[in-house]
Design a protein around this ligand. Sequence first.
Ligand code: WT7
Length: 656
Amino acid sequence: MTKSEETNQRASGRVETYSPPPWAKDAHTPSFAEYQKRWQESINDPEKFWGKLASELVWDKDYDKVLEWNRPFAKWFTGGKLNASVQCLDKFQDTETFDKTALIWIGEPGERREITYRQLHEEVNQFAAGLKELGYQKGDRVAIYLPMIPELVVATLACARIGAIHTVIFAGFSADSIRDRVEDSGATLVITSDGAWRRGSKILLKNIVDDALGQIDSVKNVVVVQRNTENLEEFTHSMTPDRDTYYTKVISTGPATCEPESMDSEDPLFILYTSGTTGKPKGIYHTHAGYLLGTMISTREVFDLKSNDVFWCTADVGWITGHSYIIYGPMQNGVTQVMYEGAPNFPNPDRFWEIVAAEKVSIFYTAPTAIRAFMKWGDNWPQKHDLSSLRLLGTVGEPINPEAWRWYHKTIGAERCPIVDTWWQTETGTISLTPLPGATTTKPGSATFPFYGIDAVILDEAGEELQTGQGLLAIRKPWPAMMRGIWGDEQRYRDTYWSKWGGKYYFPGDGAFRDDDGYFWIVGRVDDVVNTSGHRIGTAELESAFVEHETVTEAAVIGIPHEIKGEGLVGFVTLRDGNEPSEELAVELRAWIGEKIGSFAKPERVIFAADLPKTRSGKIMRRLLRDVATGKALGDVTTLADPGVMNELREQYQDD
Ligand code: WT7
């Protein structure tokens, strides 16, 4: 099928369908009728629906009210008290689950560790007690900059245990990005490691942290995990006296147990930074009770978790997917999980399939960009392995093209495993549009229907609800795991998410349509946010990084279709007088973005432009840049301040 045929097919929603598997009758939601009934209940009477489920949380003190909705601010389970680490660990104390494997951890160089819930509980207690000895307590902010190692899970849950607010910073971020996040959150403690392995290379994380903290004195302590306990010298680093301590020391100095702090339902649990349409990332924050309930229930329903499942979510804990579907969701369900440190193609492109076969993974959750990379690497890699343990597949992060969906279904799932295409965001906290494996007939490329409690609609610009056809995705009612705000910036929360339709709807920033069967299809972001390899990047953030370079006076960044990454970034750059465009400068500028933000944000191309196309009011016309970059015919340029700019740009782009 050609690309345009595929696009047309997707745009009409007319594709072949896939029925639920034979085991549907044993699923948590066993039929579509059952889904519809429960969904209707969750929308008609959210307090009753979630109130019933909330009895599954362990409460120190009962809540008074399920929901207080003071648009756009929701409070769930007000007056209640509980602790997140208790839901993930202590809850299992007198059950078989306590001695079950919680994590099968695999390091990129090949180490393997099995850690039970009991062992995790022990280490979380010790680390939490050690953090208290260091003087940290409820309400403090703690930045965690760790690779995918078990200590990342321990650190996160230890913060939750003492009521400190964690802000996990993806270990691919640069020193500058760490500094922004530490400053904005007011973190006083940073937990990091000396290093990590990535695609066979050492990454010296502690050095990056030292760089970041150079000019910040609000950080009192840095706790350092030594990645290789066999060879402590492996990752070169230095320790700043009176500030830096080793993780092993912190673990051993405090008492062996630490009473969990009783947290209010609405106390913040974590802050997670995500990109928006300005140069400054937003600190999305989530609170305890609603988030915990939402992640517990959605993990169970969407992935149909059973006690003998081996669950593997390939995301990094540094993104929301890892928060919700590695830590809080799966652990509250007491499931066994695979946690892998490294790259999917190291040492070979079958590393994932080797792990699936060896660990008998039954539920596998990954991103479209990874699926497309696997497709490209060839079928022989997965075919070398016995993948028959798999029973359910998931995808998240960006719209999945039907071609990749079908490949996933056939080559990985052997046409036996249903696929859950889950749409959600850092802000929604939990999966929000998704098939339920026992209930939903799927269509490749569609996230199908709203999850329980999600009152999703499609609106046009004016706020008219559309039953079918294309518009903007919106959510009408609050749900338990929704964000509670942007850290330190209430106005930005109102403006970004609630201002579009007079405060009546939550606006996620995605374009979407509903087909004639009522299926939701996500088209992609409608704002200046680019989704590259499933990572969300605000173009404004890149633009401000570009102009910080001494040679650059102005920059415009756009996303263009990319075969593997979904979208790739292209930077159009205007140089200061006295600087000449050159191949070397383009290379330097790409590296600069890597340093300023992180290498995942490096643009595919840098294009030097004598001038950028602008409207008369001075707004950069990105649509035109996109046309240039994708080789499309120029649209209407009559509103351009200087229409000649476009022809010049096009010539330059073709010269490249
Ligand atoms: C944006 C949120 C949620 C975890 C990963 C990303 C896009 C996410 C899908 C999907 C189509 C999707 C949206 C959304 N997105 N999942 N299944 N189909 N688009 O979290 O960084 O907060 O990004 O990712 O555009 O708004 P995030």
